[in-house]
Design a protein around this ligand. Structure first.
Ligand code: GLU
Length: 466
């Protein structure tokens, strides 16, 4: 039985961003087998640090690959920069069949011809000049040491048709495609070529990639057909736009995964968000990676560009935090935060974090409020204290001294002594205990604070109010 095999084929020229992380995720969701290939043919811009970072990001997201590199050390199986011998065989086959030829046109010649075509209102494409050279001319030029690129000879008057799994039936006229470069003058393979060859040789059955590659596909199909190699099916997924409607970039909210990780986003939040950009799931709750995979349906992928909204990512982040277990949340806290929380308050603090925080830096604020002595009242808080009056806090101090750690007894006594109720009871108390007007339930604040610190705050607030 044939299994679907998908792949993610990044070029390691920068950090992984939300757009390509989505391509990786959708490919991983769709494929029964998933392959990772490093397209590092641009020797100047590709860097092994980016490969290392990429592998880390993929692992962090939990996107395991069945085939691909396990480290950033380049090897001939999955790094295109090491596969020139493989490509050489196929260049040779194309040349022998007369389906590829060396091109000696200089950059200036090509530029002039491009301008002439554009000014005549024609789409710029290579006119095939070097394709008409006879073998002796070619030999003479090579002897002279002239640098040549290798061009693929595009057949005339044919159509290339394929059914795109997202965009439907596609039809391209070969006369609109000029002979194109498949090997650069420095010997490195051009994208169209090595990308298509590798997909075929590596047994990829389905290519999911950005719609910006759609117009490359007919060229790639022509190459594979010329070599008699099997072609994968293609699904060109729509681009992700930023909240300003422009393609997602650093300017409109895209961030590297690295940044998101540092801010404390959970990978599952990211996966739930990315899987739903332009793809609808019946179940609107938080899904595990496995569930996202089970219910992924390529026919649900929309054709129109979808917008990325940071609020969605935050929504999923909140969902993940709300159901995370104590150990996960504890590990998620900054080391400095962990150091502030007394051992016997761990469980209570995790409960406070789970219901009140979305990011570790918020947990840090609460740890400082609850477990350190620093709490300078803001003007707003001081006003609340003044309105409640000195007597309220003195009653609270008495009630706390009498009730110890029993919150209900404390509240009962305070109500009785102060006569305050509702907001007039809760708000000044919350202000005194936490210096804030919102946050965890009062009972939790009361129990989290060391009794001595709690009493100290109440006494201080009596002073502020008096
Ligand atoms: N290396 C190419 C890129 O990052 C891969 C395109 C493709 O998925 O075919 O754009």
């Amino acid at each position: 039985m044939n299994h679907t095999k998908t792949r993610f084929a990044p070029s390691p020229t920068g950090l992984l961003h939300l757009g390509n992380a989505r391509t990786a995720l959708l490919s991983a969701l769709f494929g029964e087998r998933f392959l990772l290939r490093i397209e590092d043919t641009d020797l100047e811009r590709s860097r092994s640090e980016f490969v290392a970072e990429l592998l880390d990001d993929m692992r962090w997201m939990g996107l395991a690959w069945d085939e691909g590199p396990q480290s950033a050390k380049a090897n001939a199986d999955y790094f295109q920069s090491k596969r020139s011998q493989v490509y050489a065989r196929y260049y040779e086959q194309l040349e022998l069949k007369g389906l590829a030829y060396p091109c000696f046109c200089t950059a200036t010649e090509l530029e002039v011809s491009r301008k002439v075509q554009l000014s005549a209102g024609q789409p710029p494409r290579y006119g095939g000049k070097c394709g008409r050279l006879n073998p002796e001319d070619v030999e003479r030029r090579l002897q002279k040491g002239l640098q040549a690129t290798l061009r693929f000879r595009v057949p005339h008057d044919e159509t290339v048709e394929f059914n795109d799994l997202v965009r439907g039936a596609q039809k391209f006229d070969t006369d609109d495609i000029g002979d194109f470069i498949i090997r650069r003058a420095d010997g490195t393979p051009a994208f169209f070529f090595c990308n298509a060859i590798d997909d075929s040789l590596m047994g990829v059955t389905h290519v999911l990639r950005g719609e910006d590659h759609l117009s490359n596909t007919p060229r790639q199909l022509l190459i594979l057909k010329a070599l008699g190699l099997p072609a994968p099916a293609y699904a060109h997924i729509s681009l992700v736009l930023g909240d300003d409607g422009a393609p997602l970039s650093k300017r409109n909210g895209s961030r590297s995964l690295n940044q998101l990780r540092e801010e404390g986003y959970f990978p599952l939040a990211l996966l739930n968000m990315l899987a739903r950009v332009g793809h609808h799931y019946e179940n609107e709750g938080l899904l595990s990676l496995n569930e996202l995979k089970q219910h992924f349906d390529i026919s649900h992928l929309g054709k129109s560009p979808s917008r990325f909204d940071i609020a969605h990512l935050q929504h999923w982040q909140e969902e993940v935090v709300r159901v995370a277990d104590d150990e996960t949340l504890w590990q998620w806290l900054h080391k400095e935060t962990q150091a502030l929380v007394p051992m016997q308050k761990h469980v209570l603090f995790m409960d406070i974090v789970r219901t009140n925080c979305v990011f570790p830096n918020q947990a840090d604020e609460w740890a400082k409020i609850l477990f350190t002595d620093e709490l300078a009242p803001t003007v707003e808080i001081a006003n609340i204290a003044r309105q409640a009056g000195e007597a309220f806090f003195l009653s609270a101090l008495d009630a706390a001294t009498a009730a110890g750690e029993d919150f209900n007894t404390f509240m009962g006594q305070l109500k009785a002594k102060s006569g305050a109720k509702g907001k007039a009871l809760f708000m000044p108390l919350r202000a005194a205990l936490s210096g804030r007007t919102d946050g965890p339930e009062l009972a939790k604040l009361y129990q989290a604070l060391e009794p001595q610190l709690l009493r100290k705050r109440l006494a201080e607030y009596a002073g502020v109010a008096g």
